[in-house]
Design a protein around this ligand. Structure first.
Ligand code: GLN
Length: 501
């Protein structure tokens, strides 16, 4: 048993009061990664030297009577689409396989200012496109609960690193569910904040109008504390809200008495019986805790998926135009520039990324623009308005997070649409720019974790997380990771040949 398993709040408290040294915590983290990550492959880069140096700095600060901050000594893993100065940042793509950013993302600076310690960069679906991490150019991550299954994606490495107990806090990005879906599949908490609450400066762009950075942790309080540290205005991101970061932890334990909760009707038919059952059980738990829970119909949400899979590829096709063999990463030499561009992009991008670029380019092309991109934008507006309508009657909404528990490797790679429908419950919040959180709530098929989703209106993080806290309190402890340091639970060994890496 290590203090690592006690989570963010406990670690920061222990380090700030000098009870535990940050250096010992970092040693524990690195040891666990060393022992377990060959099997799971959460990390693309482990920053052992950096982490040890930072820990020594923090210990020295505490010794000198200086408070290192609210995340003092907390080891954090970063999705490898967040820029880290001097450390490889690959997006799990061959095209950025050797790219070392000259600057830190704003969230990385904020973590540092809060006293956190970055220990490594985590695996993802290439350019955050996917729902299983099977699209990583460097091989998939395995789910710590059952290594024959995916951890979800695209932030699968971050979710699995928290679930495995390697780190108590991790950052991911959520464009269409990439924090919440892997959180659900790995039994951890995953928060997607309101669009604009957290600076995107230094997040490698996928679909800029949807991308948001958020936190993974084992508990709602830990995830909230992490979010408090990274949120707030940043002049380097023109879409960042010009207002002070909200206080989230303060109101976390105020309960849900009198809160109006709407359970979205439309998703129940889209998900497995265990995922629907978890949502209804969550509704009952909130009702028992004093909330006013009712069903609500928001039919527009079901059109979100189709709109998302036009808008996200359209923006991606534009954002990824910059990887031309001239400015970043890979270059395949050729006698002329056009051939060099084509060969570089052909060799550097994986299949799914190329598919998205083609879909997006098509959707934006003259003659089809209005029919596809324009139409998708109109649907986006309808989804946002539908939520606005619902929030006249409800403070938060409740929904399933995923259609199923974590699936097996290869199960959804044959037909891209099978993978895309994993995101059906997730994407409406991205289209609206609203916050949403996945909270581990039950064990479903094969004893795998099932998350339930709480959605809130823009900047409704405090009320959303308060609701999530009430769910966490009601949920069985065995539905939640980390899976180390807990009652022994059968941990199936990797099935030989289960992964085509
Ligand atoms: N699974 C979705 C996609 O493939 C969402 C990805 C994300 O949120 N980054 O686009």
């Amino acid at each position: 048993m290590s203090i690592l398993d006690d989570g963010v709040v406990a670690i920061a408290e222990a380090v700030r009061t000098g009870t535990v040294r940050a250096s010992d915590i970092v040693d524990d983290t690195l040891e666990r990664i060393d022992a377990g990550d060959a099997d799971l492959h959460c990390f693309l880069t482990v920053m052992a030297d950096h982490a040890r140096e930072r820990a020594a700095e923090i210990d020295a600060a505490v010794q000198a009577g200086v408070d290192p901050g609210p995340l003092a000594g907390v080891p954090v893993a970063l999705k490898d689409n967040l820029c880290t100065k001097g450390t490889l940042t690959t997006c799990s793509s061959k095209i950025l396989g050797n790219w070392v950013p000259p600057y830190d993302a704003t969230v990385v600076e904020r973590l540092r200012a809060a006293g956190a310690i970055v220990v490594g960069k985590t695996n993802l679906d290439e350019f955050a496109m996917g729902s299983s991490t099977e699209n990583s150019a460097f091989g998939p991550t395995r789910n710590p609960w059952d290594t024959s299954r995916v951890p979800g994606g695209s932030s699968g490495g971050s979710a699995a690193a928290v679930a495995a107990g390697f780190v108590p806090l991790a950052l991911g990005s959520d464009t269409g569910g990439s924090i919440r879906q892997p959180a659900s599949l790995c039994g951890v908490v995953g928060v997607k904040p309101t669009y604009g609450l957290v600076s995107r400066y230094g997040l490698i762009a996928f679909a800029s109008s949807l991308d948001q950075i958020g936190t993974f942790a084992s508990t709602v309080e830990d995830a909230a504390l992490g979010l408090e540290a990274i949120a707030g205005h940043d002049p380097l991101d023109s879409t960042s809200f010009d207002r002070a970061a909200p206080s989230l932890v303060e109101s976390l334990f105020e309960g849900v008495a009198g809160m109006r909760v709407g359970v979205i009707d439309e998703f129940a038919a889209e998900v497995s019986p265990s995922c629907a059952a978890a949502t209804f059980a969550a509704a009952e738990a909130l009702s028992a805790a004093g909330a006013k829970v009712e069903r609500v119909s928001v039919p527009e949400v079901l059109h979100g998926l189709a709109a998302y899979y036009v808008i996200a590829p359209a923006e991606a096709s534009s954002n990824l135009a910059r990887y031309d063999g001239v400015r970043y990463g890979l270059r395949v030499d050729a006698p002329d520039v056009a051939t060099m561009n084509a060969l570089t992009r052909g060799a550097g991008f994986g299949l799914e990324v190329r598919r998205r670029i083609m879909i997006g380019t098509y959707a934006l092309s003259a003659g089809y623009y209005d029919e596809y991109y324009g139409q998708a934008q109109r649907v986006r507006t309808l989804v946002a308005r539908a939520f606005e309508r619902a929030y006249r009657d409800f403070d938060v909404l409740l929904a399933p997070m995923t259609p199923s528990v974590a699936f097996a490797f290869g199960e959804k790679t044959k037909n891209p649409l099978d993978m895309y429908v994993s995101d059906v419950c997730a994407v409406p919040s991205n289209l609206a720019g609203h916050p949403a959180v996945s909270v581990p709530f039950a064990l479903g098929e094969a004893d795998m974790p099932v998350g339930v989703q709480v959605l809130a209106p823009a900047l409704g993080e405090a009320v959303m997380l308060r609701t999530a806290m009430a769910l966490e309190t009601a949920a069985p402890r065995n539905a939640r990771a980390p899976i180390v340091g807990r009652d022994p639970r059968p941990r199936p060994l990797a099935t030989e040949g289960a992964i085509d890496a």
